[in-house]
Design a protein around this ligand. Sequence first.
Ligand SMILES: [Zn+2]
Length: 482
Amino acid sequence: MTQGTAAQQATATAPTQASASPPAPIDLLVVHGRLVTMDPQRRIVEDGAVAVDGATIRAVGRTTEVAPHFTPRRVVDAGGGLVTPGFVNAHQHATGGPLVWSCIPDNLPAGATIFQWAVPLHDAEQPSDETLSSRIVAAQCLRSGTTTLVEPGTVGHPDAVAAGLLDSGIRATVGVWGWDIEEGPFAAPAAEVLARVAAVLDAYPPGGRVEGWVTLVGHSLASDELLAGAADLARRRGVGMTMHLSPTSSDPDVYLERFGERPAVHLERLGVLGRHLLLGHGVWLDDREVDAVLRTETALAYCPWAYLRLGQGVTGHGRHAEIVRRGGRVALGCDSTTAGDTVDLLRTAALAAGLAKDQRVDATWFGAHEALEMATIGGAEALGMADRIGSLEPGKLADLVVFDPSSTHFASPADPALALVWATDGRHVRHVAVGGRLVVEDGRCTTVDEVALRQEAADASRALMARAGLRPAVRWPVVADG
Ligand SMILES: [Zn+2]
């Protein structure tokens, strides 16, 4: 498609008032951007504008066509910079890690990160730590262009997590964990776990900026009764459900021993798989499991940095790109700040594209465009939110990102998908809106005092590690006074 054709088609989405009708008052008008719309035609609009009223996009098109129809309360001049939909991070833990960022060694054996670090941290966290952690994660996500995240469940204090996410202005889902197999904190009979989950759904109803989902820790820590009950709850309430499955070979090993069949096969038999379900990871899936995921339209949250940092075998076993190419629903995630560390979804998109090419020793079958789709409209589809977010289209929520045009990265007439995925990352984000509200301006959060947040984080980090009995592990000799 030529750019001229794209622009002509894009103006068809501009308002249809006769030119004589007075301009309509609106809240926000972004002008002079290079719009990466991610609409069904994937149109790129040169010198484009996005008109926003309240939380919703009213018009998308050429600036000269759109701007005369409106009298905005606020104008953002993108200065020729790329404008994209906000990114979707489909698996981002907001607790248990942000206060110990980059403290956990990357040379621990399998399981040690969880049992030596994550479990004691979760045990020692107070509600105020979880609110602070959530605010830290949300601020970092927003600054790198993520406007929607799935918090895959906190063990302790879902209201504290929701408070931090609500403060920050990000769009999110929240949930609470429980399990009914094996002893430990928060283990309870299935009915009790489901009641805790249902309470979160009641507190954060669908359609809110922070909404409740059915969350289980998953892996092999749920009985058939709990799994089936959770899926039934999600279907009855019309909300999403997420749980962890098979980041390593451990879950398949347990399911094979317990049931004589692999996890996704067993879950399909129970009726747990389906469009409501977003499985975190799904790295170690065999042919029958991939078929089950595709047949049931179950979604996956793919977190490649975590698998690489933890050495979990994604290069040899991950099939996410294949699932995408076969029509499956796959979103990108950054997992935990104790695993993948980064929350920058563009870095994750680049890794997803690169792993796909390298796994097959084939540069032709998957790349930046597919990865950018996963970060935007494909991710929204995997969350069941594509009717609301994921693209710049009239009627959708105004979740958008304006990139800094001053970088020499953007000096050439580049293919935007190549520039965003391969050449740059979230550090080039300049402005971000969520539901029409500017939550990042000139690279700084407007909703969070980041200087104060940094000091609060330093104080809370020391206190949390002391309570958890953990010491930061700097491998090389540290020279300091005293
Ligand atoms: Zn997780």
